[in-house]
Ligand binder design. Sequence first.
Ligand code: ZN
Length: 285
Amino acid sequence: MGLRIDRLATLYIVDPLRRASSSGNASVPILMYHSIADEDEGGVHPYYRTATAPSVFAAQMESLHQAGFSVIGLAEAIRRSTAPEAAKNSVVITFDDGFRNFYSNAFPVLNRYGFTATMFLPTAHIGESHLKFKEKECLSWAEVKELHRHGISFGSHTVTHPQLHDCDAHSIQKEITGSKHTIEQELGCAVQSFSYPYAFPEVDASFKRNLREQLRQAGYENGVCTTVGRPGPSSDPFFLKRLPVNSDDDLQLFRAKLAGSYDWLAKPQYLAKMAKNWVNAGAHQ
Ligand SMILES: [Zn+2]
């Protein structure tokens, strides 16, 4: 098992300091899930794992219910982020990749507590039958429609799930408008939210500026990315930070993440991306 420096620092350094200082900014945490299934990710460091066992997911949802959390959508989270009292005990639950195990393993649990969630679909992998993505079955449109009737929101995760940072402007346009139109045609309602696939190139300011403008012009109102942390009042509404969750999040770590004790990871994550950028820039000279 890999050394969980992120876990140790979160629980034994940052969490006690945060409790002692008690200075809470208005922030609605956004949880990021992918696959809800018993998967063997033994070869992957816990920080990078993306599967959450159904039993772990159920325990996490029960803990939100018992702590009196209200589960809200992204637009409401952005509104509440300007008011500390309204933001308190609010949370957003998101899922990327459109895996079918959401239907079988996550939705029944969410439904038990009356929780809503937003699922981000890579639309090329959603069909009349169960297509596959990353070797896992995805939702069918019939299931997407049924979930939508039961209060689940759907957002775009592009068409083919590329790293948009490597795409030209025309391809980016096709990815963000094509997926939006497909979901809107299937569900008959507007798609407001976008989720950036793979690592978000947060250090590239001009890329972010251009993408934000393209998303706005396409009619999106908000979005999320893979940068770790909780959004605040000054966050960019198109690239809201999230808290990654997986099977290794026991309830102690899960609660500490919700309370903001995992937000420190945004800094080393940012520095690592800057360093990678410099290395790549050097290699291209
Ligand atoms: Zn994804």
